[in-house]
Design a protein around this ligand. Structure first.
Ligand code: NAP
Length: 337
């Protein structure tokens, strides 16, 4: 049976929130592995806020080229192999892109154990979001037992895990998220000690009430006004962890924190980090996260959108509208399945 590989390609560099017309659907024959290669049937693609940056002229590296298949972290299984290390049926994760099939030589590919955790958790707590939370909190934030930790984007993929790791470390954790449902979830199900609905509350005022002794660690996924509000209430020696700045990703010009002089008053530091810098420690971090998942101290929630690769443009918009709770993932089952 001949099968096509449906793909999503970048058609135009968007201004503001990406539109349907910034993408084009293409199809080509399913690739055949060359010597030392294998082919993956992609099952799930992570919908990441950073995708907006990967297609911008201001991307940290080379932006995705016009006409290229959109880059994406994904998971799937091997369907054909000329590679001695990857057998047909093996589940893998890697940067396979927004397409139904990908050819790989194994670079940047991780073998997955579907018996250890549901496959989608490898794009959640056991994937880049969980690893970002792990290294952001423990390596950059370095919270100590009893300290106060605030997390923005707290009901998202990274934020929900970051808050739980801080709680496991013995900290008092306050999450900032959009809407009552998200705020209820992080407190009632994830064990955060408090939540601020930034869409309904005065964030600076609520922070003063909920963190009367100041904030020791802030894990920021959002930037903008929320970052400014937190900077105003830092405790002495605070650590501000720059994980991301989703409020700025669709803006033509990034707005920096206007309240940064508060770092001087608080003798605080603010540091960014890139998760793949810790790649050699992923196995140890995954093992520890898997232990927390097993003993019920950590919850990984993934929200799956069906519809195949053609649903990708709408899925990305949903992410920026805050319609996801937990990690947003697109199921890429080939059309017609
Ligand atoms: N440093 C690294 O290596 C690294 C690696 C991976 C991810 N990250 C960063 O981690 C952050 C979270 O990524 P994720 O994959 O877990 O996404 P996510 O938090 O699951 O999804 C994005 C969330 O951002 C919030 N949001 C969207 N627009 C916003 C705005 N204008 N203002 C405030 N909040 C807004 C929405 O939640 P609300 O409903 O609460 O607004 C939305 O659900 C991103 O900034 C990403 O770039 C960093």
């Amino acid at each position: 049976m001949s099968q096509d590989n449906h793909q999503v390609r970048l058609a135009a560099r968007p201004s503001g929130l990406p539109r349907e017309s910034d993408w084009e659907l293409s199809s080509e024959p399913v690739p055949v592995p060359g010597h030392g290669e294998f082919v993956v049937a992609v099952e799930y693609v992570a919908i990441d806020p950073a995708m907006r940056r990967w297609i911008a002229p201001t991307a940290f590296g080379e932006p995705v080229a016009i006409g290229a298949v959109m880059e994406a972290s994904a998971i799937g299984h091997v369907t054909a192999s000329e590679h001695p290390g990857f057998a047909v049926g093996q589940h893998v994760s890697g940067g396979f892109g927004v397409q139904e099939f990908a050819r790989s030589d194994g670079t940047g590919t991780t073998k997955l154990d579907p018996l250890l955790a549901p496959l989608t958790a490898y794009l959640g707590a056991l994937g880049i979001p969980g690893l970002t939370a792990y290294f952001g909190v423990l390596e950059i934030g370095r919270p100590r037992n009893g300290e106060t930790v605030v997390v923005s984007g707290a009901a998202g993929g990274v934020g929900s895990i970051a808050g739980q790791i801080a709680r496991i470390t013995g900290c008092r954790v306050i999450g900032i998220a959009g809407g009552p449902e998200k705020c209820r979830w992080i407190v009632e199900d994830l064990g955060f000690h408090g939540a601020i609905d930034y869409k309904a509350e005065d964030v600076a005022g609520s922070l003063r009430e909920l963190t009367p002794d100041g904030i020791d660690v802030f894990v920021d996924n959002v930037g903008g006004d929320i970052l400014d509000a937190v900077l105003a209430n830092l405790a002495r020696g605070a650590r501000v962890v720059l994980s991301g700045g989703v409020s700025q990703y669709n803006a033509d010009e990034t707005r920096g924190p206007s309240n940064y002089l508060q770092l001087i008053r608080a003798r605080a530091s603010m540091a960014g980090f890139i998760t793949p810098d810790y790649e050699d420690r992923y196995p140890q971090a995954r093992a520890e996260i898997a232990g927390w998942l097993r003993d019920g101290r950590l919850i990984s929630r993934e929200q799956i959108i069906e519809g195949g690769v053609r649903a990708f443009p709408a899925a990305l918009v949903k992410l920026f509208a805050g319609e996801n709770i937990g990690k947003l993932i697109l199921a890429t089952a080939p059309e017609g399945d």
